[in-house]
Design a protein around this ligand. Structure first.
Ligand SMILES: NC(=O)c1ccc[n+]([C@@H]2O[C@H](COP(=O)([O-])OP(=O)(O)OC[C@H]3O[C@@H](n4cnc5c(N)ncnc54)[C@H](O)[C@@H]3O)[C@@H](O)[C@H]2O)c1
Length: 259
């Protein structure tokens, strides 16, 4: 029970990495606020946690809206009385290069993937500061470190999240708040499968993608949830401002060429 008595908000917890983290955190004793724009999948995550004997509450939220982010924090405080962990996980993919991205796609990706983190951190900081403790986790990506041709807005947002994490960590360290970010390579979720599906040969895209990971497989949502659990727990109490790569060796190998 590494999160016993803690309250965690996880955005995008309706599926993929967010759902795996919600289930893992709840099993470790946290009460989890499941924030997702998709009510059906959020409810499913909530039901699974409750069936497992845990505590969870879904709050339907579009994280690209500053007002909805403020409402999420308010509702979480009303229901559970405090926020110990804010896991900024929700994001959308974007498969456009700089040369052709539309204004609408650029605005949408930056709003959902990056500005949401400003909105939520800003809204959560007063209560974390008052209790002189808190953990913020931001999901970035290795694309924020090495770039990703054809995913310009997505990779740019992820790079900015690394900088946001470092900056915020320094701004709030004296308030007892830790801030870290997680950079996965390819994780087998709906988001990744959609990017394979957008290629002429999805099976081949998947096989080529696996080859980029020296450990010989894609990551699982549970792999990332385990790292998030450690960073959220008191075992990581001396860790802040960090960028944690979880990539099966992919960044090191940099075998980013189609074969
Ligand atoms: N899957 C990968 O290969 C991979 C790799 C690196 C980083 N990541 C990052 O991990 C995080 C989770 O990715 P995933 O693969 O689990 O994604 P996913 O698409 O499987 O799940 C994303 C969840 O976020 C929700 N969501 C999307 N837009 C939202 C919005 N505006 N408001 C609220 N909720 C919203 C969706 O409904 C969904 O439940 C993202 O930040 C992603 O960029 C994923």
């Amino acid at each position: 029970m590494r999160l016993n008595g803690k309250v965690a908000i996880i955005t995008g917890a309706g599926e993929g990495i967010g759902r795996a983290a919600a289930l893992r955190f709840a099993r470790e004793g946290a009460a989890v606020v499941i924030a997702d724009r998709n009510s059906e999948s959020a409810r499913e995550t909530q039901s699974r946690i409750i069936a497992d004997g845990g505590r969870a509450r879904e709050v339907i939220t579009d994280v690209s809206s500053s007002a909805e982010c403020s409402r999420l924090i308010e509702q979480s405080l009303n229901v559970y009385g405090k926020i110990d962990i804010l896991y900024n996980n929700a994001a959308i993919t974007s498969l456009s290069p700089v040369a052709t991205i539309s204004d609408e796609e650029l605005d949408r990706v930056l709003a959902v993937n990056l500005k949401s983190m400003f909105y939520l951190c800003r809204a959560a900081l007063p209560s974390m500061t008052a209790q002189h403790s808190g953990v913020i986790l931001n999901n970035a990506s290795i694309t924020g470190i090495v770039g990703a041709p054809g995913m310009a807005a997505y990779a740019t947002a992820k790079g900015a999240i690394i900088t946001l994490t470092r900056t915020l960590a320094l701004e709030v360290a004296e308030s007892g708040i830790r801030v870290n970010c997680i950079c996965p390579a390819s994780v087998d979720t709906a988001m990744l499968r959609a990017s394979f599906a957008a290629t002429p040969d999805p099976e081949r895209a998947r096989a080529n993608n696996i080859k980029r990971h020296p450990l010989g497989r894609l990551g699982t949502p549970e792999d990332v949830a385990n790292l998030a659990l450690f960073l959220a727990s008191d075992e990581a109490s001396f860790i802040t401002g960090g960028t944690y790569v979880i990539d099966g060796g992919a960044t090191l190998a940099r075998r980013w060429r189609e074969e």
